[in-house]
Design a protein around this ligand. Structure first.
Ligand SMILES: C=C(O[C@H]1C=CC=C(C(=O)O)[C@@H]1O)C(=O)O
Length: 371
């Protein structure tokens, strides 16, 4: 993230930008996905696209970005000064939805309950307060399927989430790491989950039980405090919603808090993702102990799961989600999906396993051969 922030500053300084719209997302932008751990075998990328087709609040735009001096890498520009239709790639209609049967990867369901049990023991021994433990599912993309259809299915099915696809990594996350726009900073912190009810009455009961559960409130408070303490050095007045609210998603309820403030040190969104990652919603508390423990207990590399995914513009403004409800499609057709749960002293391993099943649903359903 440090390298990406430095490279982006350099590229922006050398760019010529024509941006008559000047709304979030127009002009020179880059899309990024960063690994959860700095020593991951997976790569982190910041991609400067050559064409962006944008849409926000009923407005559409098209941005072209090109490198005009290959030897120095300078001269990136965007604009509407020339006709742009001629060199646009031809549009291809969406193909059939690929089928992927996802099965346990390097950690079986029983293995997951074991590591959760171990996490609970360490917390009860007073070694840390919270740890987020994940498991993985893998599958193979069948020939002929169009992964864009999977991504469109996610966007349609989860309209309140941030659907993303960068360099083979895709998902629909309900949680923002940070948004920066013209000096304001915002975030939506999630932690604490419950299954949706089977009818209106049981659904309301589920939301009420979540909102009043001490275990979930504790789990949530760790996540809010970790975001506030990372943002405070950049924003003195940063505040979170007074009490968390329940966020309804098709697959589950979450406890959520919105955070906002004014930036007083000119930090860019790339600077802030470095300060914020990993939050207690995806690592635990205290962060160094939680990161060490999840590294010890999870028998896999998280890759880009739970890392920052999003975009940045020339001013450093941008929107970054926490890459949850996500999967990686590799060049050989292998799909790996991850989901985790926040573990605190009162966590019950079997319940946490059920929670991960609900969190796999967006990805699993988008690939469901039955649909
Ligand atoms: C770690 C995940 O969710 C986090 C975000 C929201 C709620 C969470 C929870 O209730 O445990 C997790 O902290 C995941 O979806 O893989």
């Amino acid at each position: 993230m440090t390298d990406a922030a430095a490279a982006w500053k350099q590229l922006v300084a050398a760019a010529t930008i024509t941006d008559p719209l000047r709304v979030p997302g127009t002009g020179l932008v880059a899309f990024g996905t960063f690994t959860f751990a700095a020593d991951s075998a997976q790569t982190s990328v910041l991609i400067v696209p050559s064409v962006v087709v944008g849409r926000a609040e009923g407005r559409f735009w098209l941005t072209r970005i090109r490198q005009t001096d290959a030897s120095t890498g300078t001269g990136t520009g965007t604009g509407t000064d020339e006709p742009f239709a001629a060199d646009l790639p031809a549009t291809e209609p969406l193909g059939t939805r690929p089928h992927v049967a996802l099965t346990p990867g390097s950690l079986s369901p029983e293995g997951y309950t074991k590591i959760v049990g171990e996490g609970v023991r360490r917390i009860r021994d007073g070694l840390l307060s919270k740890v987020v433990l994940a498991r993985d599912l893998t599958g193979r993309l069948d020939d002929g399927g169009d992964i864009r259809t999977t991504i469109a299915t996610l966007a349609d099915g989860y309209p309140d989430c941030w659907t993303f696809a960068v360099d083979g990594f895709f998902g629909a996350s309900p949680e923002t790491l940070v948004g920066v726009h013209s000096g304001t900073v915002t975030a939506r912190v999630l932690a604490g989950s419950a299954a949706r009810g089977t009818d209106a009455a049981s659904d309301l009961d589920a939301a009420t039980a979540l909102a009043t559960s001490t275990k979930d409130q504790d789990e949530h408070e760790f996540a809010v405090q970790s975001v506030l303490s990372s943002l405070r050095p950049h924003s003195r007045g940063v505040v979170a919603s007074e009490t968390p609210f329940t966020l309804k998603l098709p697959n589950l309820w979450h406890l959520a808090s919105d955070v906002e403030g004014l930036l007083d040190d000119g930090a860019t969104s790339l600077d802030l993702i470095q300060s914020l990652h990993p939050t207690a919603a995806v690592a635990g508390t205290p962060t160094p102990d939680a990161v060490r423990l999840l590294g010890e207990l999870e028998p896999f590399d998280r890759g880009r799961y739970a890392g920052p995914v999003g975009w940045v513009d020339a001013d450093g403004d941008g929107e970054w989600a926490v890459a949850l409800r996500s999967a990686q499609l590799d060049a050989d057709g292998t799909v790996t999906a991850w989901a985790g749960a926040g573990i605190v002293a009162d966590s019950v391993p079997e319940q946490e396993l059920v929670e991960t099943r609900m969190k796999f649903r967006p990805i699993a359903d988008a690939f469901d051969p039955a649909e």
